[in-house]
Design a protein around this ligand. Structure first.
Ligand code: ATP
Length: 357
């Protein structure tokens, strides 16, 4: 497989190596019926070799439509899709070397696990398929069950077979549409970890569609947040969580405090007093401050915030507080617990992020 390396320069003039992306999506738009809103609107992103991207957003935001256009099941109204620099926008799905794993696994019920996996290997000689199928099943820890039928497996095991079958076709890119949502909470977490390990070991590029923010943040190298057909922000999980671009993104990625403030340089005056901000600014600002970045301490007088709700969560505790008629949330380690009705001092411990809206 050829990878083109170009040398370019960053704004400081330092050389940077640009690797041609595996997948490039440019100006992608889709409307299902005239009169309907755009299901996907001007979506642009690139995906590197071996990289895992999670497309995250609420129901109906256009995640699956984006995935289906990349797979070739839907034709975009506008935009281009390139795989390895080759335009594939109009190619049928079977000519794209893209593997797909759906929510319902879609295993062939009348075939054993081994046969299900071997079916995906039409690119290799027939005589070699069953031994190779065992190798793929071994990779997902199910080689001993190769003769079983799909209905003799648990949901998690079926999901692993579906992955083995997808990987056996040796696709350049794997698309996962909510693949863990049929699994119970404990199995979902362990299957997710295992699947990530498998993809990283195989060096496969992946796009995962999910509405579960914890899943997106823990599974992906890049997270793209979608809303109303648009890709609002795409960044590394820690960056998108810590510096969300808008209040929608801040709130979709977890709890947050949205604060109105007046910035003067590196500090903004807010209802919580002066708060450090993530870049120099003058004038009115809207800020996001994560609840774990607020510390609670004993209030020296009656002028503190009042605890109105408490949710003990084992390793931490979530509080809802009221201060001068405004509500705030805080998450603290659970070894010191405050009671409902108690007065506390609320102190920002970290930089708040200036939002675009
Ligand atoms: P979910 O998480 O619920 O699957 P999603 O983010 O994947 O949602 P899409 O399934 O891509 O969203 O849907 C985007 C928009 O397009 C929605 O308004 C949906 O109703 C509409 N839509 C999706 N498929 C079709 C279709 N086949 N015909 C008409 N409209 C459709």
């Amino acid at each position: 497989m050829m990878t083109n390396l170009n040398i370019s320069a960053d704004p400081q003039g330092n050389p940077v190596r640009l690797i041609d992306p595996l997948l490039s999506v440019a100006g992608l738009s889709k409307r299902y019926r005239s009169g309907d809103a755009l299901a996907v609107e001007d979506v642009n992103f690139t995906l590197g070799n071996g990289e895992i991207l999670a497309l995250l957003g609420p129901s109906g935001c256009g995640k699956t439509t984006t995935l289906r256009m990349i797979a070739g099941f839907e034709t975009p109204d506008a935009g281009e899709i390139h795989l390895h620099g080759k335009r594939v926008t109009q190619l049928p799905p079977q000519q794209r070397r893209i593997g797909i794993v759906f929510q319902d696994y879609a295993l062939f019920p009348h075939m054993s696990l081994g046969e299900n996996v071997a079916f995906a290997m039409r690119h290799i000689a027939k005589a070699k398929r069953s031994a190779k199928a065992r190798e793929w099943l071994d990779l997902v820890g199910l080689a001993d069950l190769s003769a079983r039928m799909p209905d003799e497996l648990s949901g998690g095991q079926q999901q692993r077979v579906a992955l083995a079958r997808t990987l056996a076709a040796e696709p350049e890119l794997v698309l996962l549409d909510e693949p863990f949502s049929n699994l119970d909470a404990a199995l979902r977490e362990s299957t997710r970890k295992e699947v990530r390990r498998l993809f990283k070991a195989a060096g496969t590029s992946v796009i995962l569609v999910t509405h579960d923010q914890a899943e997106a943040l823990s599974f992906a190298d890049q997270v793209g947040v979608m809303h109303s057909g648009r890709l609002l922000q795409m960044d590394r999980p820690e960056c998108i969580y810590q510096t969300p671009a808008t209040s929608f993104i801040a709130e979709f990625l977890g709890h947050t405090n949205l604060l109105e403030g007046e910035a003067d340089g590196e500090i903004a005056q807010t209802a919580l007093g002066p708060v450090a901000i993530n870049h120099h600014h003058q004038g009115p600002v809207r800020l996001s401050l994560r609840p774990e970045h607020l510390a609670l301490s004993a209030a020296p007088d009656d002028n503190g915030a009042t605890i109105v709700e408490r949710e003990f969560r084992g390793h931490d505790c979530y509080y809802l507080l009221e201060h001068h008629g405004q509500r705030f949330c805080a998450i603290t380690p659970s070894h010191i617990l405050w009671k409902i009705g108690e007065q506390v001092r609320l102190e920002p411990q970290r930089t708040a992020t200036i939002l675009r809206d």
